[in-house]
Structure formats: structure tokens, C-alpha cells
Design a protein around this ligand. Structure first.
Ligand SMILES: Cc1cc2nc3c(=O)[nH]c(=O)nc-3n(C[C@H](O)[C@H](O)[C@H](O)COP(=O)(O)OP(=O)(O)OC[C@H]3O[C@@H](n4cnc5c(N)ncnc54)[C@H](O)[C@@H]3O)c2cc1C
Length: 595
């Protein structure tokens, strides 16, 4: 009933029209990603995700991760699937060819990640962290570090982690207290405890490369005094092979609402007294800047999780709605029962969800596309413009897509009625799995603060207007078939532009803009993602008019869904405007929770 179906048609549509891959392949560094090669790669990734990864999803949820004799044990099915993941080279797609990677654009790797995450979110977290760690070391590691650590991390033979959080340092990483001491031979020793470390230990790979934030003895307080260290699980001998254990211990693993097979570890470094052996990455006290390379990578990856769990849950709901019969649909003979998909309210639920999934994909892919051009565009000004666009889109991808992941998995569960609440259907797992994504990688509240505090002021406060104007310009002269979709997007974009200016002008009390940050993030993300969807339809219609092959059935389905997006979802932004403008006074009024 609910076999995972890789959404390849929708992915292909996005790469052809919404966020064109051909713009990337025009850059010599990305020419490897020619459309035929990418089509074959995605076909194979879809097959791998459906046949190898998806069957591990339920078993992972049921068996979970276990701590046995000081080491984390994952389900047998994970070990088998991970070995195939490494052997097939899926981890290497986006990494530089110099370290054994495929050299593909992040956009293509993002589509591959989507397929694997949709098949099993808990499985995908190991590769997500490893990819982020590779990215960080590629940019900030020394030549020697890159040569020693990267080749086996690129393949996935060794995995990576991200060690930021401590009991007193969650959103506020300036409070990190783990410490590191130089020992005079160029190496360091790290002491301290980290909590909630994803894939902090496991039995999928022989080595875990921890990237740990800690303070040197002369560190200034706050985030400016944090350095970044490589701390391997096992010491590496001169032959490059992992040998004896480093002083790194898994204290415990968390029992969680969802992603049961993604081990979330409390890690102790240097308990033995001499410290855990470590290498400094880059300059002392520069760790936060370096870690942001990994965090931004992971933020897009986590946004993709919202899309992925929603896609999987909605696929299940669509299948169930076609089979389950209840009630009599309007216009059918008395005495019959209709499949619930025939009822307007169920169709509304499914189509609003589908429409928003299209929009999430457009946004995440546009984010990846901007990051690719920020790195590879031939023109320096273009690179700077694309980096600013990526900076703006990252908190939107992370927060908006993960909030929708929770909302849409809940809506999908509702389609099942009572059966949705019963674990047997599988949709309850997606609902539980989805709930972490708005929390980790910077809570969605922190993403909204980033948007309003750091991103809106960029380009003298003009970044949002520039991005929106650029998108609207591409909708000018839209073909008749989709022209009716454009005016509501223009009106919503006008509102998003005005609200950005109003938030920037709220100077009496800094709390006013912060109190409007979360509703504003939803406004801006909804507007940009909808504009991207409509831009895709405009481009597809133009391609069809120019005689290019465009799948007519898919185009009709996408247009119908875009109508739902524009008519039923986009108008909600006008309702949110009041909350953006309301300021903070009511939230601090007498009788509300005391500070
Ligand atoms: C399953 C799981 C996996 C994780 N994986 C990792 C990992 O691999 N590596 C790692 O380092 N960490 C990891 N984390 C930790 C995660 O990133 C933190 O939980 C998260 O950053 C929030 O920190 P906190 O839990 O301390 O919450 P807090 O920081 O205490 O936040 C509590 C609430 O207060 C809000 N808040 C806090 N400060 C502000 C502010 N200034 N303004 C407005 N609101 C604010 C937050 O939005 C949140 O709603 C993981 C956590 C979980 C549960």
C-alpha cells in the first residue's frame, strides 16, 4: 500500500524549470553535471533509496540505537545498508574530485540527499553530519589535515560529528566551557562533556571524526574565544589506519520521541585525566566562524528533512485515501461508500500539503543553487550576490521547511483517522521524526532572529527588496496559462518588502522586531517559495511554447497544485502581517510571565 516512491518527476521538473541546473553547468567547474549524467544519477539514487534505504526505516524506529559495552550498536539492517551506501559512492557526490569526490554541484547532491532522507531520516543524519564535516575541513583544514582526514570521510568509510552543545550552552554557544590545552608537540588535549551529539558513536564505520568546540587557556570569553578541534574516536597510526582508542567515551544515549535509530550521545572527552588527543583546525579562537561553514550546510540539510518527512507521510496518506472508503461522495448513488479521497476536505488536506511540498523543494533547491554559484560563478560580483541570496535563504529553508514538516506530517496523519494514531501505518513515525527538525541546528526561533537581526540589514537593508524584485521580474509577461497566478504573488511580495522595512525601522525597543521575527519568517519564506514555484511554471510554459519537450500531464498537475498554493496558502501571509507589526508590548504586559 505505501511503498516509497521516489519523487523523481517533481525533482526533474524543479531542476529543469524552477531552479535550472543548466545555469550551473554553464560554469566550467560544474560542467560535469550535464543533464543526461544527472538524470541517470538521480534515477539510480531513487532506486537505491527505495530498495536499500527505505526498508530500514521501520526496523530502525522499532529497534533504535543501543549502548552495549560502551559502544553504540545500530540495527543490523543499518550496517548492511550503510556498507552499500559507501560502496556505491553516494556520500561522495558533491565533494571535490581532489579528495575522491564526484565534483557535482550541491544542487545535485541536495536532490540525492532528499531521496535518501525521504527513505529514512534517522539513517540520513550520519551522512548529513559527515558531509558537513568534510565541507568544514575542505575550507578550513590545513593541506596536511585535508590529506589525512578527508579521503576516507568523503567516501563515508569514516564519519563526522559536530560537537557544540553542552548542558549550559545550547542556543548560546558563547557559554561553551570544554577546554583544550597545547602539549608542545603541535597536538592538544581536550577535556569536557558534550551532550546531544548525533552519531557520536555507532558501529557503521571504524572511525568517528569529532569536530569539537573548546576553549584554549588564553581564550577571551564568549564566542570569540572558541577554537575548533579534530578529536578522533581512535588514534591514527603512520599507515593511516585507526588504532588504539582515544580518550573519548559515550556516557549515555538519549531515548527520544523520534529518529530512534539516530544515536544522540552524551560524550566525555579526557576523562582519563590526560585529555583526549586533538588537532587544532585553523587559527586559535576562530572556531565559531569555521563551525558556521558546517552549520550552514547542516541547516539546509535539516530544512530538507522537513520536506522529506512531509513527502513520505503525504505519499502514505494519498495511498490510504484512495483505499479507505467512508461516507458517500457528492453525486454518487445512495447506498454506496466512496474512497475518502473523493471528499472535498480530504482533497483539500492532500492538495494543500502537496502544494507546500512543491514550494519547500523549490526553496531548498534555490538555496543550494545560490550556494553553488556563490562558490563557482565566474564573475566576482555575481558570487557576492549569490552568497547574499544564500545567506537570506538559509534560515528560511531551515525554519519554514521544518515547521511545515511537523504541520504536514500531522495533516497526513489526520487523513488516516484513528489508524493514523496507531503505529502500524507508519505515518505516526514520520510525525514523531519530524518534531526534532525545528529544534536542532539552531532552533527555529533562533533562525527567525538571524533573519531579522542579521539578514534584513544586509546590503543597507535592501537585500530582501533586491531578491523579491529579481524574482518578480522573471514573472513579467507570464504566458496566459499561468498569468492569473502572478498578481497575488506581486501583492504578497509588496507586503513582504514593506514589512522588512517596518521591522528595520522599529528602533524604540529592540524587542519589537524580535517579537515579529517568527511570523515574518513565515511571510517571507511563503512569498519567496511561491514565487519560485510560479517562476518554474512560467519557464515550463515558455519552454513548451518554444517547442521543447515538456511532460504535459506533469505540467497540468503542477499548475493545479500551484493554484492551490497561490489561492489557499499564500493569502495567509496577509493575516500574519498584524502579528509582525504588533511589537513586544503585549508580550511584556502586567500579568504575563515574569522575566
Ligand atoms: C536529537 C538531537 C540531536 C542533536 N544533535 C546535535 C549535534 O549533533 N551536535 C550538537 O552540538 N548539538 C546537537 N543537538 C543540540 C541542539 O542543537 C540544541 O538542543 C539546540 O540548539 C537548542 O539548545 P537547547 O536544547 O539548549 O535549548 P535552549 O537554548 O535552552 O532553548 C530553549 C528555548 O528557548 C529559545 N531561546 C533560547 N535562546 C533564545 C534567544 N536568545 N532568543 C529567543 N529565544 C531563545 C529557543 O528557541 C528554545 O525554544 C541535538 C539535539 C537533539 C535533541
Amino acid at each position: 500500500m505505501d511503498r516509497y516512491r521516489p519523487p523523481l518527476d517533481d525533482i526533474r521538473f524543479s531542476l529543469a524549470h524552477e531552479v535550472p541546473l543548466t545555469r550551473l553547468t554553464a560554469e566550467p567547474a560544474l560542467a560535469v553535471a550535464d543533464p543526461d549524467t544527472v538524470a541517470g544519477l538521480l534515477e539510480e539514487a531513487g532506486r537505491f533509496a527505495a530498495e536499500v534505504i527505505a526498508p530500514t526505516d521501520r526496523v530502525g524506529d522499532r529497534e533504535g540505537a543501543r549502548l552495549v559495552d560502551g559502544g553504540v550498536v545500530l540495527p543490523e539492517a543499518f550496517r548492511t545498508a550503510y556498507a552499500q551506501y559507501v560502496a556505491s559512492g553516494w556520500g561522495a557526490v558533491q565533494h571535490p574530485e581532489a579528495f575522491g569526490g564526484g565534483g557535482f554541484p550541491l544542487l545535485v547532491a541536495t536532490a540525492v540527499k532528499e531521496l535518501i532522507t525521504t527513505a529514512n531520516m534517522a539513517f540520513s543524519l550520519g551522512p548529513l553530519l559527515t558531509t558537513g564535516a568534510v565541507h568544514l575541513l575542505t575550507h578550513h583544514g590545513s593541506e596536511d589535515q585535508r590529506a589525512r582526514w578527508l579521503p576516507r570521510m568523503v567516501t563515508g568509510e569514516w564519519t563526522g560529528t559536530m560537537n557544540l552543545t553542552e548542558p549550559q550552552a545550547g542556543s548560546d554557544l558563547g557559554a561553551v566551557t570544554a577546554r583544550a590545552e597545547p602539549v608542545g608537540d603541535g597536538s592538544y588535549r581536550v577535556f569536557g562533556q558534550k551532550i546531544y551529539i548525533t552519531y557520536g558513536d555507532h558501529d557503521l564505520a571504524e572511525q568517528v571524526v569529532h569536530l569539537v568546540l573548546a576553549r584554549l587557556p588564553d581564550a577571551p570569553p564568549g564566542t570569540k574565544g572558541i577554537s575548533l578541534f579534530i578529536v578522533p574516536k581512535r588514534m591514527v597510526g603512520p599507515d593511516g589506519a585507526p588504532g588504539e582508542a582515544n580518550d573519548v567515551r559515550v556516557v549515555s544515549i538519549e531515548h527520544k520521541l523520534g529518529i530512534h535509530a539516530s544515536p544522540t550521545c552524551v560524550m566525555a572527552y579526557g576523562e582519563g585525566g590526560d585529555g583526549a588527543w586533538a588537532e587544532l583546525v585553523g587559527d586559535p579562537h576562530d572556531g565559531m566562524r569555521q563551525m558556521f561553514t558546517m552549520m550552514n550546510d547542516a541547516r539546509l540539510g535539516v530544512g530538507l528533512q522537513g520536506l522529506a518527512v512531509a513527502e513520505r507521510a503525504v505519499q502514505r496518506a494519498e495511498a490510504y485515501a484512495r483505499e479507505r472508503t467512508q461516507g458517500r461522495a457528492v453525486g454518487t448513488p445512495p447506498g454506496t461508500q466512496s474512497p475518502i479521497v473523493a471528499h472535498p476536505d480530504v482533497r483539500r488536506t492532500l492538495l494543500e500539503a502537496r502544494a507546500q511540498i512543491d514550494a519547500m523543494r523549490a526553496l531548498c533547491y534555490a538555496n543550494a543553487h545560490a550556494l553553488d554559484l556563490a562558490q563557482h560563478a565566474g564573475d566576482a560580483d555575481e558570487r557576492a550576490r549569490q552568497q547574499a541570496l544564500a545567506d537570506l535563504l538559509t534560515p528560511l529553508s531551515k525554519a519554514w521547511c521544518t515547521d511545515l514538516g511537523v504541520e504536514l506530517t500531522s495533516e497526513a496523519l489526520q487523513v488516516f483517522g484513528g489508524m493514523g494514531y496507531v503505529e502500524e501505518t507508519g505515518v505516526a513515525q514520520q510525525f514523531r521524526d519530524a518534531r526534532i527538525a525545528p529544534i536542532y541546528e539552531g532552533t527555529n526561533g533562533i533562525q527567525a532572529i538571524d533573519l531579522v537581526g542579521r539578514k534584513l540589514p544586509m546590503e543597507d537593508g535592501g537585500l530582501v527588496a533586491r531578491v523579491l524584485d529579481g524574482l518578480l521580474a522573471e514573472l513579467d509577461g507570464a504566458p496566459d496559462a499561468v498569468a492569473e497566478l502572478v498578481p497575488p504573488v506581486v501583492a504578497a511580495a509588496d507586503l513582504a518588502r514593506d514589512l522588512a522595512a517596518e521591522l528595520l525601522a522599529m528602533r524604540d525597543d529592540p524587542r519589537d522586531a524580535l517579537a515579529g521575527a517568527t511570523p515574518y519568517l513565515r511571510v517571507l519564506a511563503t512569498v519567496i517559495a511561491t514565487a519560485l514555484v510560479v517562476r518554474g511554471l512560467v519557464a515550463a510554459e515558455r519552454a513548451r511554447a518554444a517547442g521543447e519537450a515538456v511532460d504535459a500531464g506533469l505540467l497540468a498537475a503542477r499548475t493545479a497544485r500551484a493554484r492551490v498554493l497561490v489561492r489557499r496558502v499564500l493569502p495567509r501571509v496577509h493575516g500574519l502581517a498584524a502579528a509582525v507589526r504588533a511589537g513586544a508590548a503585549d508580550l511584556y504586559a502586567e500579568g504575563t510571565p515574569a522575566a
